[in-house]
Design a protein around this ligand. Sequence first.
Ligand code: SAM
Length: 270
Amino acid sequence: MSEKTRDRGPAPDSDTRGRAPNSHDRGPAPDSRDQGPCPDPDNLDPDNLHRATIAYYDLRQVHGDMPHKIPRGPAPDLPAEQARMVRESQEAMRGRKVLEVASGTGSATREIAETAVSVTGVEIAPNMLELAAKNDNPTNVSFLAGDAFDLESVAPGRRFDGGFAAGFLHTCPSSRYTEFLNGFHARLEEGAVVFMRSSRPTSPDAVSRLFRVKGHEDQFMTRQLSDGSEYIMVENDPTEDDFRRVFEPMTRNLDIHIGNYWWWIRYELP
Ligand SMILES: C[S@@+](CC[C@H](N)C(=O)[O-])C[C@H]1O[C@@H](n2cnc3c(N)ncnc32)[C@H](O)[C@@H]1O
C-alpha cells in the first residue's frame, strides 16, 4: 500500500473484497475475491470515483443492499427529523417545475411531486432508472437518463424554476462542486428555489468505514455489496461553514439545517 493511503483504516472483511463488476453483470465477479476495491485506492481521481459511484448504485438496488437495513442502535428522533426534512422539501418545491438530479428509484421524486407542478428526474445508473419507471409514479413525474455533471443536453428547451437533489452532493468530489453547480444552475430560471439534502455518515457502521487520504480534500467511505464487490466513494459531511463558503457567493437566502441523520439546504438563485 502506498504512503498516500496508509492512514486508511482496514477495509471490513478484506478477504471477500472484489472489484465492482460491470454494471450489467448482476452476478458476483467470478475471479474477483482477491482484487482490491474499485477504484484503486491509489487512483482516487474524479473520473475513477465517478465510475465507481455509478457502478455501486447501479448494483446496490438490484441486490437490495440498502444502508438503512444495517442496525444503527436506538434513534428515537430519526422519524421526526425525516418528517421535517420531507415537509421542508415539499414546501420548497411547491408550485414549481422541478429539475431533480440523481433521482434514483424516485422515492424523493414522488415526495416532492405531491406539491410540485412537475418533477423531471435525471439519473445516470440504468438499473435505478428502470426501477424508477416501474414504480407507481404520479403523472407529473418523468425520468430521464443523464449525468448531473452534464445537464446541458438533458430535456433541451425545458425551463425549470425548482432544483432538487437528494443524496447526491455528499458523493460529489469537492473539486467538482463548481462544475456541478454551474451546470445545474444554468438549467434553472432566475429566482429559482433549490433544495438539496443528504444523509450524514453518523451511524457506527458508517463511521467505521470512513477514511481520509493524504492530498485529498474529500472524505471517503468503503462500501461493500453482498456479491463481495467493494467500492470507494466520496462521503463528505459538510459543516455549516463549508456550505456557506461554497453556496453563499452564488446564491441568495441560503438556509442550512444540519441534523443528526441528514443535512438539508434551501436557497434561491439571483
Ligand atoms: C443515494 S442515491 C439517492 C437516490 C434518490 N435521490 C433518493 O433520494 O432516493 C444517489 C443516486 O445518485 C445517482 N447518481 C450518482 N452520480 C450521478 C450523476 N453523476 N448523475 C446522475 N445521477 C447520479 C446514483 O446512481 C443514485 O441513484
